[in-house]
Design a protein around this ligand. Structure first.
Ligand SMILES: Nc1ncnc2c1ncn2[C@@H]1O[C@H](COP(=O)(O)OP(=O)(O)OP(=O)(O)O)[C@@H](O)[C@H]1O
Ligand SMILES: [Mg+2]
Length: 250
């Protein structure tokens, strides 16, 4: 079972979008996947068309000592081959994690039940900024996928992931893929920013082909559909990224 975080400290760069598309894409390739939504706005759940009213129990109930539940009570089948573990009360989860003595072990413990459920991939959608939850996620996963908006400020800030990892005493080899997102190939600015990303991350295999900025991607999210259900062109771009993912995350 491969554990992957989709993370970037910056907000609105496409973490939830990428987490959803890659999760559904992996399921379409025949893998068994669970998407753990730890983004406080429940965006990845919403992008899959799953609303709060559809949840029975969530990750919050899983860590609630007063009324504990088992992990299978929290899991929702989102698509064929793709399950979802939704969240609620994100601030309370974060406060609870502050009280944990071993932030490095907390998620392995809380998600222990997944180990016996024959998933090939656990994909965790993270909220922005440094939080106790994200600290725990980074310690839990084997690999990090970082979507970066191809725009000057976002590209300049992408090096902060190294600092974050180092503060947690984790090594940078966890970074498996950098996905340039919201790329607009018509502008010179976008081309320069993409080039900067390649120079910055050096290693040829790390930076994937960009995902273009497409209105249809935004529309798909709003409608609770994935690109595989709504936008063939974006689906092709995500399949290219998926090839790289399967190759690099071993
Ligand atoms: N390639 C793209 N083309 C067009 N719109 C996109 C693209 N990627 C993401 N979006 C849109 O941009 C918005 C932000 O994306 P998303 O919610 O995935 O970002 P995020 O990094 O998860 O944000 P947050 O930090 O709030 O969790 C959404 O409306 C999404 O539909
Ligand atoms: Mg998000």
């Amino acid at each position: 079972m491969k554990k992957i975080a989709v993370l970037n400290n910056k907000g609105g760069v496409g973490k939830s979008t990428v987490a959803v598309q890659l999760s559904h894409g992996l399921a379409k390739l025949g893998f068994k996947v669970i998407l753990v939504d730890l983004d406080g706005q429940n965006d990845s759940s919403l992008f899959l068309g799953i609303q709060e009213a559809d949840y029975k129990k969530t990750f919050f109930d899983l860590i609630n000592r007063r009324d504990p539940v088992t992990i299978d009570e929290c899991i929702i089948e989102a698509r064929e081959g793709l399950d979802l573990l939704p969240n609620s009360h994100i601030e309370e989860i974060n406060s609870e994690f502050y009280r944990e003595a071993r932030i490095d072990l907390v998620l392995s413990e809380k998600l222990q039940g997944l180990e016996e459920m024959d998933y090939d991939y656990v994909i965790v959608d993270c909220g922005p900024q440094r939080t106790k939850i994200n600290d725990a996620v980074l310690c839990y996963v084997d690999s990090i996928i970082m979507p970066v908006q191809v725009e000057a400020a976002a590209v300049r800030a992408c090096g902060s992931i190294y600092e974050y990892l180092s503060d947690l005493r984790l090594t940078p080899d966890k970074i498996a893929l950098i996905i340039p997102n919201m790329y607009d190939k018509r502008t010179k600015d976008a081309k320069e920013n993409l080039m900067f990303l390649h120079e910055f991350f050096g290693d040829e295999g790390l930076v994937t082909e960009p995902i273009n900025r497409r209105v249809k991607i935004t529309e798909a999210g709003k409608m609770g559909k994935t690109v595989f259900e709504y936008d063939q062109e974006a689906a092709q771009q995500f399949f290219k990224v998926l090839e790289r993912l399967v190759e690099r995350v071993v």
